[in-house]
Design a binder for this molecule. Structure first.
Ligand code: HEC
Ligand code: HEC
Ligand code: HEC
Length: 451
C-alpha cells in the first residue's frame, strides 16, 4: 500500500437528538467496499478504515457504525503522523501558540485508549477532559464533537478498541508559558465553549437535520471554514464564512452567490465531497485530506444531507470593493494569455472536471487571496508530484512569475468573467512566498519585482 500522505494542518480552533429522531440508522453494510487510490490525492485510504466488518462479527452493527463515524469525524487526518500507523497519533498540529501533538487513540492499553471506559471517552469528546481529569486542548475539535450523540460516541469507542494496538507515545507538546498550562483551558472553555448538544430543528426536514448533525458535529467543518479570533475560537455570528489555515483559505460555505456555495447545486456540493472535484472546482490543501479520509468514505445519502444543510447557511455582510487598477488588469491579462490560457482557456472557460473554469469562481473571490496566491506559486500537488505539469495538476509558477506578476494575474482573474474581488498586492505574495517551503517544488529564485 502506498504510504498515505498527510499535509501539515493548522489546529482547528485554538481551538442525541438524532437517534431519537430515528435518523441515526446508517445502512453501513452497503457502503464499505475497500477503496482504490483516491483519484485526486492519489492516496490509498487506510486499510482497516475501509475494510468491511462481517455481519457475523459479534456486535457487528455497533462496530460498523463506529467505523463509519470515525470516518465522518476525519480522526485519521489528525491522528496519524507521516510514516506512522493510522490512529497512533504524534501528528504535529501547528497552532499560533505552539505545536500540539495528537494522541495515540489505538486500542493499546498503555499508550492508547484501549483501557478507557465509555464515560471517559464521552467526557473527552464532549468536554475536552482526558481519563486523568486533565483538560485537553481544543486542537482536538471537542467544541464541535460535543454535538455527537452519546450512542455515537459509544459506537466509536467500541470500534476504536478493535483497531490494531500500537505502542507509541507522542512527543511532548512544544508550547511556551503560559500555554503549556492545561488548566488554563478551563478559562478558554468558559469564554468560548458555547456549543450545546445537538438539537434537531423540528421545522426542517429529517435530511436537513442529518446534514446539520454531520456538518456542525463530527465533520467539524467550521473548524477550518469559520473565521477565528486571536485565541483561536470561532468569531461569533460568522459561521462558515471562511477561515484561514496553513497558508490556505478554507472558503466561505454560506449561500453567498459570489464567494460561497450560492451558485452551486446540492448535487455539485455532494459530488465535490465525494470525488474532490466537480464541474466548478478541484480540492487542494487540507480539503484534499478531508475528502480522502472522510467525506469520500461516507454514503451518498449523508453527502447529500450535508449539501442540503450547507445550502441554507446565511451569507455574511458584503464588503465594498473598489475598481481594480487598469494597468494591473492589462498586465494581468497578458500574463494570463501567456501562462494560464493553455489550460484554463481564453475567457477562463476551462474544461470542466479537467481544468476548473475560472469564471464565477468562489475560491478566486475570497476576501483573503492567500489560497489563490498559494495555488499559483506552489501548484496543486505540493509534496507529491512537485511541479509536474501532468494534465490534471496545476503546475507551480514560483519559478516563472515575480511577486508583482502573481499579484497582477490574480487581480485580473479576480475581476474577469463575472468575478469581482479586491486587488491583490505584491507584498502579500512576497510574504506568502517566504513562508512556503518552495524548495520542495524546485523553486529557482525569481522573486524580483517588475516595474
Ligand atoms: C483537528 C485534529 C483532530 C481531529 C480531527 C481529531 N483529533 Fe483527537 N486529538 C487531537 C489532538 C491534537 C489531541 C491531543 C490534545 C491534547 O494533548 O490536549 C487529541 C486527543 C484525542 C483524545 C484524547 C486521548 C488521550 O490519550 O488523552 C481522544 C480520545 C481523541 N483525540 C479522539 C478523537 C476521535 C475519536 C476523533 C474522530 C472522531 C478525533 N480525535 C479527531 C486532534 C484531533
Ligand atoms: C482541515 C481544514 C478543513 C476542514 C476540516 C474542512 N475543510 Fe473544506 N476546505 C478546506 C480548504 C483549505 C478548502 C479550499 C481548497 C482549495 O482551495 O482547493 C476547502 C474547500 C471546501 C469546499 C469547496 C469550496 C469552493 O468554493 O471551492 C467545500 C464545498 C468544502 N470545503 C466543504 C467542507 C465540508 C462540508 C467540511 C466538513 C465535512 C469541510 N469542508 C471541512 C479546509 C477544510
Ligand atoms: C498545465 C495546465 C495548467 C496551467 C498552465 C494552469 N493551470 Fe490552473 N489549474 C490546472 C488544474 C489541473 C487545476 C485543478 C487542480 C486540482 O484540482 O488539483 C487548476 C486549478 C487552478 C485554480 C483553482 C480553481 C478552483 O476553483 O479550485 C486556479 C485559481 C488556477 N488554476 C489558476 C491558474 C492561473 C492563474 C494560471 C496561470 C498563472 C494557471 N492556473 C495555469 C491546470 C493548469
Amino acid at each position: 500500500m502506498r504510504r498515505p500522505r498527510i499535509r501539515g494542518k493548522a489546529a482547528l480552533g485554538a481551538t442525541a437528538a438524532l437517534g431519537a429522531l430515528g435518523l441515526a440508522g446508517l445502512a453501513v453494510g452497503q457502503i464499505l467496499p475497500p477503496l482504490p487510490a483516491h483519484p485526486v490525492t492519489g492516496v490509498t485510504p487506510v486499510g482497516f478504515l475501509a475494510a468491511p466488518i462481517a455481519d457475523t462479527t459479534p456486535n457487528a452493527a455497533q462496530l460498523q457504525r463506529g467505523q463509519y463515524l470515525v470516518r465522518a469525524g476525519d480522526c485519521v487526518s489528525c491522528h496519524m503522523r507521516e510514516g506512522g500507523d493510522p490512529l497512533s497519533g504524534g501528528f504535529a498540529l501547528k497552532t499560533p501558540f505552539g505545536t500540539i501533538y495528537s494522541a495515540n487513540i489505538t486500542s493499546d492499553r498503555e499508550t492508547g485508549i484501549g483501557g478507557w471506559t465509555p464515560d471517559q471517552f464521552h467526557r473527552a469528546m464532549h468536554d475536552g477532559i482526558d481519563d486523568q481529569g486533565k483538560n485537553l486542548y481544543p486542537a482536538l475539535p471537542y467544541p464541535w464533537f460535543r454535538r455527537i450523540s452519546r450512542a455515537d460516541d459509544d459506537a466509536m469507542l467500541a470500534y476504536l478498541k478493535t483497531t490494531p494496538a500500537v505502542s507509541y507515545t507522542p512527543p511532548p507538546n512544544k508550547l511556551p508559558f503560559p500555554f503549556n498550562i492545561r488548566f488554563l483551558v478551563k478559562f478558554w472553555n468558559v469564554l468560548f465553549l458555547k456549543s450545546t448538544d445537538f438539537r434537531a430543528d423540528p421545522r426542517q426536514s429529517a435530511e436537513w437535520n442529518r446534514g446539520a448533525y454531520l456538518v456542525t458535529g463530527l465533520g467539524h467543518c467550521g473548524g477550518c471554514h469559520t473565521p477565528k479570533n486571536w485565541l483561536g475560537a470561532d468569531k461569533g455570528g460568522q459561521d462558515l464564512q471562511s477561515g484561514k489555515l496553513d497558508n490556505w483559505v478554507a472558503p466561505d460555505l454560506t449561500a453567498n452567490p459570489r464567494t460561497g456555495l450560492g451558485g452551486w447545486s446540492v448535487e455539485e456540493v455532494a459530488e465535490y465531497l465525494k470525488t474532490g472535484r466537480n464541474a466548478r472546482a478541484g480540492a487542494g490543501g487540507a480539503m484534499a485530506d478531508v475528502i480522502t479520509y472522510s467525506t469520500s468514505l461516507l454514503s451518498d445519502a449523508d453527502r447529500h444531507a450535508m449539501a442540503v444543510y450547507l445550502k441554507t447557511r446565511p451569507a455574511g455582510a458584503e464588503p465594498a470593493i473598489g475598481a481594480p487598477d487598469a494597468h494591473a488588469m492589462a498586465r494581468g491579462a497578458a500574463i494570463y494569455s501567456d501562462a494560464c490560457a493553455s489550460c484554463h482557456l481564453e475567457n477562463g472557460v476551462g474544461q470542466p472536471r479537467l481544468f476548473p473554469p475560472l469564471g464565477h469562481d468562489a475560491v478566486l473571490q475570497q476576501a483573503d487571496p492567500t489560497g489563490l496566491e498559494h495555488i499559483i506559486l506552489a501548484g496543486s500537488r505540493v509534496g507529491t508530484s512537485p511541479a509536474a505539469p501532468t494534465p490534471l495538476t496545476m503546475p507551480s509558477f514560483a519559478w516563472k512569475l515575480t511577486d508583482q506578476q502573481v499579484a497582477d494575474v490574480s487581480t485580473y482573474i479576480r475581476n474577469s468573467w463575472g468575478n469581482r474581488a479586491a486587488a491583490v498586492s505584491s507584498g502579500s505574495v512576497r510574504s506568502l512566498r517566504k513562508s512556503l517551503d518552495l524548495e520542495a517544488i524546485r523553486y529557482t529564485a525569481n522573486s524580483g519585482d517588475q516595474n
